[in-house]
Design a protein around this ligand. Structure first.
Ligand code: IVH
Length: 673
């Protein structure tokens, strides 16, 4: 190897070490020593060096957290030993009963316990070979999980490699397995959900669901953006617990650079356990992530082995679950919200009440059936609960002498509160819906529009198919259409191999359609077919359109402030930009020819009627528009020319009545040429 390469290699490795050190300080210890800017600089320096020396890139380089193309699916992997769940308890009494069983079964009373927070995420196993992260597997059914390694690599608190010396110092062998909890911090959850809401995408009910949805993304760059976090709580080798005490496991994991939750305690009695539980019940809202209880584990592994398992849970550990945080308040009104599917959700407007440190002003009532089940009336006193879910819910009506009942019954409005369209409840369905296609946030409609003939022309993607795709979550936005696999389609009702293939071919074919179709297909408010055409011609690419401003947009033919603002607003939403990015990745045509549109016929309005000899309607339309003219469907006093072909009917008559100039094909050629 030439000396220069050796030097570069050394430089790169030193830089990587430095970055890993700062990543650990930032993502694991929450204690950065340098600014984000300084960190970014180091990262950029490394990226540059690696770009100049691609042969020196290693999989554990901090630049390699995201790489490669989206995958088709996940491979199933058997766990080295089952990933168990925990039995739950809900009271001090039950907890003491568990302790008695531990005493009885082990024949001893001096048992040490470790108390940990019960993190509300999903459990995940990490495999390290020779100190390198080689596997990330979801819990799955406990026996077999899914290989989500590429996504796990994007989690900044998960080390991609751990130096031998560090492992040695921590007392951990080079090949080992870590078990722990993957979660989404509450702040990230709220922010991401808000973004999705604004972009008209489906939102997640709680951080746990969002975490599960994120780690199973086929495109790891999406996982990377969602900033998941990982806390380790187990260490195995060949499927067996490695250290002889659980407390040692946690300390060793921490020493090796994994993130271990600092809020843990080794205690020597159930009284201390109970103290810990009570302490955290009051403090749980101060944490940046959700917890739903405390896990108590027998510290000594020899004792754990003696106690063994019952079914799916160990006898040596137990979860104490906190009760849902609840409060009593008056329900002052019930208002109705319209969701993306047009679904009407009744929401309780409450007298403000403090529940677990948060002031709650409204709570969901889900649907009319739930209101009937609760028997709730406006003016009632109700118990409101706030669980791991962000939206509090009305749990029950309080009915005693201190809490008089309300009197006003709630009725679903007959008209949609957003658009005023008559509300519909289909036979046998729980929900009331607004069926106005233009009522906001209607994913289904967005997709149908995108797939329709005049837009991306995906034949076969009609009502029935789109309903199934959206209901099953296979298509959550238009870009998802391009991720559909044959298996996805075959899992649907009434779908044979041939139809599935046809649809896939249609989808693939739509990628060839020109830029203006894609712009039109995005469903930007006020941007119709014609405006999309003008925009495509003016900007020549989606990238240029994305970057433009309200002022500049108004230079485009027929674009005024209203359309310009709508376009800028659309692209200001990160999720929309991401959508465009995904369409780009999917291989759609996002650039075209900039065109200087003719101005010869600017301001002139044409109507086409009858059959032309040389041109189809569409071609004639393009010719007129190419010269700056406009083509409309019906003849009025404002029409400048009617182009009449063979067998022209009522439109020709009307033109004659109104005294509008009638021209033939030849004259049209002259005017537009
Ligand atoms: S120990 C046999 N420790 O709770 C040991 N689990 O309800 C099982 N969880 O599937 C896991 N925080 O996803 C353990 N500190 C913690 C935990 C924890 C959250 C989750 C885990 C498990 C579920 C069982």
């Amino acid at each position: 190897m030439p000396a220069a390469t050796k030097d570069t290699e050394k430089k790169i490795e030193t830089l990587r070490e430095k970055i890993r050190h700062h990543e650990h300080l930032y993502y694991v210890l929450d204690n950065p020593e340098i600014s984000d800017l300084e960190f970014d600089k180091l990262m950029q320096e490394l990226q540059q060096l690696e770009a100049d020396n691609p042969k020196l890139i290693t999989p554990d380089s901090p630049t390699q957290r995201v790489g490669g193309k989206p995958r088709e699916g996940f491979i199933k992997v058997r766990h080295s030993s089952p990933m168990l769940s925990l039995d739950n308890t809900y009271s001090e009494e039950e907890l003491r009963a568990w302790e008695r069983r531990v005493h009885e079964l082990s024949g001893r009373k001096d048992v040490d316990y470790v108390c940990e927070l019960k993190l509300d995420g999903m459990s995940l196993s990490l495999g390290y070979d020779n100190g390198q992260l080689v596997r990330g597997i979801t819990r799955g059914d406990g026996t077999v999980g899914e290989d989500v390694t590429l996504n796990v690599r994007t989690v900044r608190s998960v080390p991609l490699s751990i130096p031998k010396e560090k492992l040695k110092k921590a007392g951990i062998p080079p090949d080992f397995e870590v078990r722990g909890e993957l979660l989404m911090p509450t702040a990230a959850f709220k922010k991401l959900n808000e973004e999705r809401e604004r972009a008209g995408l489906a939102t997640f009910a709680n951080p746990r669901n969002f975490t599960a949805g994120t780690v199973r993304q086929l495109d790891s760059s999406i996982t990377a953006q969602r900033r998941l976090d990982y806390f380790a709580y187990g260490l195995l080798q060949n499927g067996r617990t490695y250290f002889d005490r659980h407390s040692k496991t946690l300390d060793a994991l921490e020493a090796a650079g994994l993130k271990v939750n600092p809020h843990r305690k080794l205690v020597h009695s159930m009284d201390e356990v109970w103290d810990f539980i009570q302490q955290w019940e009051g403090k749980r809202d101060s944490l940046p992530y959700e917890i739903d209880g405390i896990v108590v584990k027998v510290d000594r592994v020899a004792l754990q082995d003696e106690l063994g398992f019952t079914g799916k849970a160990p006898r040596w550990a137990i979860a104490y679950k906190y009760a849902a945080r609840a409060g009593i308040t008056k329900l002052e009104d019930i208002r109705v919200q319209v969701g993306r599917t047009g679904k009407l959700t009744p929401v309780a407007m409450l007298a403000p009440v403090l529940i677990g440190g948060t002031t709650v002003r409204n709570a969901t009532l889900h649907n009319m059936d739930e209101i009937d089940r609760l028997g709730v009336k406006i003016g009632d006193w109700v118990q409101v609960e706030r669980g791991g879910d962000v939206i509090p819910k009305v749990a029950k009506v309080i009915d005693d002498k201190d809490h008089p009942r309300g009197t006003r019954a709630f009725e679903m409005p007959e008209k949609c509160p957003v658009c005023g369209t008559k509300v519909v409840r289909t036979e046998g369905e729980v929900d009331y819906r607004c069926v106005n296609a233009n009522c906001p946030a209607k994913l289904r409609e967005t997709i149908l529009h995108f797939a329709s003939r005049g837009v991306m022309n995906i034949d076969g993607m009609g009502d029935a198919l789109v309903n199934q795709l959206t209901e099953r979550g296979l298509v959550k936005n238009i870009a998802d259409i391009y991720k559909l696999t044959k298996d996805d389609l075959l899992s649907l009702e009434r779908m044979g191999d041939k139809s599935a293939q046809n649809i896939l071919d249609e989808i693939a074919g739509s990628k060839q359609l020109p830029l203006e179709r894609v712009i039109y297909g995005l469903g930007i408010r006020f941007v119709g077919e014609r405006t999309a055409q003008f925009l495509a011609e003016h900007y020549g690419s989606m990238a240029a359109l994305e970057k433009t401003g309200v002022e500049e947009l108004q230079n485009v033919n027929e674009v005024g402030p209203r359309i310009a603002e709508s376009i800028v607003e659309f692209f200001s939403i990160p999720a929309n930009r991401k959508l465009v990015e995904r369409l780009h990745e999917a291989g759609l045509t996002l650039s075209g020819q900039k065109k200087q549109r003719g101005t010869k016929l600017a301001g002139k309005t044409f109507v086409l009627t009858g059959t032309l000899a040389k041109y189809t309607r569409d071609e004639a339309k393009k010719m007129i528009e190419g010269a700056g003219g406009k083509v409309t469907g019906s003849v009025s006093k404002k029409t400048d020319y009617v182009v009449a072909g063979a067998d022209a009917g009522s439109k020709l008559e009307k033109a004659n009545q109104l005294g509008v100039s009638v021209i033939d094909e030849k004259e049209m050629e002259k005017l537009t040429g």
